[in-house]
Design a protein around this ligand. Structure first.
Ligand code: SAH
Length: 458
């Protein structure tokens, strides 16, 4: 990026050609080599834009008029797309979104990891990329007219009332609307963040797509929930598929949604869902992938890349509730999973049990510390799978992989930049990246998930 003085001024209105998209989905134009980022503009478009911010190497502008429109432009079907900020790519055709994600991965691997000349496949997308989320977490507040529940306006803490989110399962939308009505009926006060007053902070709806199970979680500021009995009865009545009604108490002044105390108000502690042949128990606070259809696609790919014949010892690092571990356990001799969150490991053990797996072991701890310990115990994995958070793998963990020398490494990543960085370390340590498969877990957002297969050089 050039560091020359900006060739434009704030508030200037200019015509530009959009050349590229950033990783967060903004259009990129160049003015005499100076980069200008323009949200909601697409490559190939000619835009009349107003400059809103000028920095040393780059600036920001806002679309005033689209002079020439991209063939990939789509009419966002969501009426609140421009206010919400939950989705970033609805103005782009789904096909173009998938191509953009593939290019994104390819570019980043080359630029950050110097990983070139390998297949980065076309992004595996959804046939119907709407209504895919199985969990809704809806903030509740108050307006003059009473309780509202919806979404935070982009870059603010103002709640806007909403009844429908097009990437949410219909069932979750209905559950939230019903619970909102019931709460209003009994005069429940919405939470006021500034004054730290009111009762109901969030409504969380979880849906097991394969089972139809529904869980309702009411997150309250204190233990007290006026008219609790009536509310429970009305929810059961209005939502016949509800299996679990839960209250979670969060007394803190915080953005974190859940508090520490959970009370089962009615029904079971868990709902169930399955991915492929494996059943998962999901409690109010369990981490569970939000797009189970695409999770199956992702895990099938991870399993294919692991290339198991039945005799292998496998490590699944950053295993969460053991989803990938159990997928692998179907085909491996033994799987070791490690994860830092103790509750996730209890869920993983429960999930192994309800599916009858006896060839898995789960450990709580930092993967970068547990794996060297396993190594010292003499554990020699044939395959290591990693699925780290956005910041990627710890250096010490990569070092341990290089010491353990598994034949294959399968890297599942939610951040191509740290994937690229880590692949470079593994390549320098004797591995070769064979191929990378992007998978679209979050249609209409800029997130891209991918799986990479690495093999040990002979
Ligand atoms: N493989 C799981 C979860 C992946 S998300 C799935 O597909 O569902 C990444 C996980 O890594 C999270 O569960 C997070 O709690 C865990 N984690 C973060 N840092 C960690 C560390 N240093 N060691 C082990 N696990 C960690």
């Amino acid at each position: 990026m050039s560091k020359q003085p900006a060739p434009i001024e704030k508030n200037e209105i200019i015509e530009v050609q959009i050349e590229d998209l950033t990783h967060d989905g903004a259009g990129v134009a160049k003015v005499d080599g100076y980069a200008l980022f323009i949200p909601k503009a697409l490559p190939g478009e000619k835009i009349k834009a107003k400059v809103v911010k000028v920095k040393k190497g780059y600036g920001f502008a806002r679309v005033m008029e689209t002079i020439e429109e991209s063939a990939h432009r789509a009419e966002p079907p969501c009426p609140i797309y421009n206010q919400c900020g939950g989705c970033q790519l609805q103005h782009m055709s789904y096909e173009a979104q998938l191509t953009y994600k593939q290019k994104q991965v390819k570019d980043v691997l080359e630029r950050i990891g110097q990983i070139k000349g390998i297949p980065v496949h076309a992004t595996l997308g959804m046939n119907d990329p709407w209504r895919y989320r199985n969990k809704a977490q809806v903030p509740v507040g108050e307006e003059e007219g009473g309780l509202i529940a919806g979404f935070y306006q982009e870059r603010s803490h103002r709640i806007i009332d909403m009844d429908e989110c097009l990437i949410q399962h219909q069932e979750n939308d209905e559950v939230v609307s019903i619970v909102k009505e019931i709460a209003k009926r009994y005069g429940i006060r919405g939470y006021d963040e500034d004054k730290h007053r009111g009762t109901l902070r969030h409504v969380v709806a979880r849906y097991g797509k394969q089972t139809g199970d529904i869980m309702v979680v009411l997150i309250t500021r204190g233990k007290e929930l006026p008219n609790k009995k009536n509310i429970i009865e009305d929810i059961q009545q209005a939502i016949p598929k509800v299996k679990s009604i839960v209250q979670n108490i969060n007394p803190k002044r915080t953005n974190v949604i859940f508090g520490d105390q959970t009370i089962i108000l009615w029904g079971d502690e868990y709902i169930y869902d399955s991915i492929g042949n494996i059943r998962f128990a999901i409690s109010a606070r369990s981490f569970y992938q939000v797009n189970p259809d695409q999770t199956k696609v992702l895990y099938d790919k991870a399993l294919e890349y692991a290339d198991l014949k039945g005799n292998e010892t496998v490590i699944d690092a950053y295993c969460g509730i053991g989803t990938i571990s159990l997928f692998l356990a179907q085909k491996a001799k033994h799987v070791y999973g490690v994860e830092i969150v103790p509750e996730a490991i209890s869920d993983a053990k429960k999930n192994a049990e309800i599916n009858g797996f006896t060839n898995v072991d789960f450990a709580v701890g930092e993967a970068e510390n547990v794996m060297p310990w396993w190594y010292a115990q003499g554990i020699r994995p044939d395959v290591i799978v990693v699925d780290p958070p956005r910041k990627g793998c710890d250096e010490k963990l990569l070092e341990t992989i290089l010491n353990m020398k598994p034949k294959r490494v399968v890297y599942v990543s939610c951040n191509p930049a740290t994937l690229a960085r880590d692949l470079r370390v593994l390549e320098d340590g004797g591995y070769k990246t064979k191929e990378v498969q992007p998978v679209d877990m979050f249609p209409h957002s800029t997130h891209v998930e991918c799986v990479a297969q690495l093999v040990l050089n002979k």
